[in-house]
Design a protein around this ligand. Structure first.
Ligand code: AMP
Ligand code: MG
Length: 323
């Protein structure tokens, strides 16, 4: 089976064709803001300006008549971006007369992680720009055991970076600077029940910069505090669910320090830590194509009239008949 997947919920317009075993071809057209963070309308204009070229690029290698379905990110994400991608996916489905599959973006991050690692039924730490959740599957649904009460960890890193005068995306730059930090400065460690919060930490870190603390030390302190919160909640979910596997997914998951902290926590508990290859952690078309393929195999399709985008679609709303 061959499925084309289109991702475009936020910064990355990415299209891929996958089969059961591998990614056959993938193209990426990332949107990089001129200044500030991601502007939804500008990102959507970027996606619509590049989507024809992206498809031509894919079809230069893959015969469209060999495709069995077209999958797209139906949500969650930025409304204007989601609508642009959905329009392209509907058009392809009608023109090629093949099924349309609306894929939940968060489920796709997890599915690609399960596809590319040996994790069976892990506690998932999903950390990206807009989302931060601790998730695990119970029966045919993913359940959220803890999540951010305000902004995603990626968004928090991007905001702090912007304040420090660093260009978007800030996460990778903060990681580099943090590596050279040595002095820990206390920041609010906010966990309420199993949920966490980052926006107060961003303000407190900005105040440290205003007080003249070096940007390296601020980045270091920020990473240590925020990641410790995420690891604590992940560990508590493992204890509660009696699970011994952790799967890290989402764009922030490429961070070496976060991986190291999770690895140490798993080792201490006699558990195992997994993460998919780097190129499949941030938003990508392959994860949408692969999840679409799994859905299609169990007969899941999206009728055109039901393909309205869902900007607030939650991971725990999706039934998983393939599980
Ligand atoms: P996603 O939405 O899953 O594609 O993730 C995008 C987010 O990942 C952005 O907020 C980036 O700043 C963040 N990110 C990318 N690389 C890193 C890194 N090395 N460390 C921390 N965050 C990162
Ligand atoms: Mg994402």
């Amino acid at each position: 089976m061959l499925v084309l997947g289109i991702e475009g919920t936020a910064w990355n317009l990415s299209i891929a064709v996958v089969n059961e075993n591998s990614v056959i071809k993938e193209v990426r057209y990332p949107y990089i803001p001129h200044k500030g963070g991601i502007h939804p309308r500008e990102a959507a204009q970027h996606h619509s300006g590049h989507i024809a070229k992206a498809l031509r690029n894919i079809f230069s290698q893959i015969d469209p008549s060999t495709l069995d379905g077209v999958a797209f990110s139906i949500g969650p994400g930025m409304g204007p971006c989601l609508r642009t991608v959905a329009t392209a996916a509907r058009t392809l489905s009608l023109a090629l007369d093949i099924p349309l599959i609306g894929v939940n973006h968060c489920v796709a991050h997890i599915e690609v992680g399960l596809w590319k690692t040996d994790a069976k039924n892990p506690v998932v730490l999903y950390v990206s720009g807009g989302n931060s959740q601790v998730i695990s599957r119970r029966g045919r649904f993913y359940r959220v055991f803890g999540e951010t009460l305000d902004i995603g960890i990626g968004n928090a890193l991007d905001k702090l970076a912007r304040y420090a005068g660093l260009p978007h995306p800030g996460g990778p730059k903060i990681e580099k600077l943090a590596f050279h930090g040595s002095h820990y400065h206390s920041l609010p460690y906010v966990i309420k029940g199993m949920d966490f919060s980052f926006s107060g930490m961003v303000t407190a870190a900005q105040n440290l910069l205003n007080r003249g603390i070096s940007v390296e030390d601020v980045c270091y302190s920020f990473q240590e505090t925020a990641f410790a919160m995420l690891v604590e909640v992940t560990e508590r979910a493992m204890a509660y669910l009696e699970r011994d596997e952790v799967l890290l997914v989402g764009g922030v998951g490429v961070n070496a320090r976060l991986q190291e902290m999770l690895h140490i926590m798993c080792q201490d508990r006699g558990g195992r830590f997994f993460c998919p290859p780097r190129e499949l952690m941030g938003d990508n078309g392959a994860m949408i194509g692969y999840t679409g393929l799994k859905m299609l195999k169990t007969g899941e399709k999206t009728r055109i009239e039901d393909s309205t985008v869902k900007p607030n679609y939650r991971v725990d709303e999706v039934e998983l008949p393939w599980m």
